[in-house]
Write a protein that binds this ligand. Structure first.
Ligand code: DQA
Length: 144
């Protein structure tokens, strides 16, 4: 059974109430439930984690080295700032899928650069919670 680590970064714990006009009305629990339903369909084991702390995300990425088959990551604002998360992801030798609820490229200039994109096999943005479903479906094909 393939195992996927799904990481969500800062402020995504407040999904549903945080700027719903941008991020949608699903809560993080809703997103995790949608992911669990999709993963079950493809017989994939998922581990969903969220942290507001850069170091915690890095610890989890390091734990993923040689222990998971793929990582789906929405590093939220750290996408645009964190060389440390980039460096941690670089140590993985499994597919990385970058997901965003919104499309950062169509928002403020400071969201246009991603430190994750150069390492990502696929970037899914602007599809809200469905982006996570698309990421799992893509990996289901890729890992089979
Ligand atoms: C986000 C986009 C980022 O620019 C922002 O900082 C977030 C969420 C998204 O999912 O659309 O927190 O990653």
């Amino acid at each position: 059974m393939s195992k996927i680590l799904i990481l969500n970064g800062p402020n995504l714990n407040l999904l549903g109430t945080r700027e719903p006009e941008i991020y949608g009305s699903d809560t993080l629990a809703d997103v995790e439930n949608i992911c669990a339903e999709t993963a079950k369909k493809y017989n994939i084991d998922i581990d969903c984690r969220q942290s507001n702390h850069e170091g915690t995300l890095i610890d989890w990425i390091q734990e993923a080295i040689n222990t998971v088959d793929a990582v789906i990551i929405n590093a939220a604002a750290y996408t645009h700032t964190s060389i440390a998360i980039h460096d941690a992801l670089k140590m993985l030798n499994c597919p990385i899928i970058e997901v965003h609820f919104s499309d950062p490229a169509s928002r403020e200039e400071f969201r246009h650069h991603s430190y994750i994109t150069p390492l990502a096999q696929k970037v899914i943005k602007g599809h809200g919670s469905q982006g996570y479903v698309q990421a799992i479906e893509f990996l289901a094909k890729e890992l089979s």
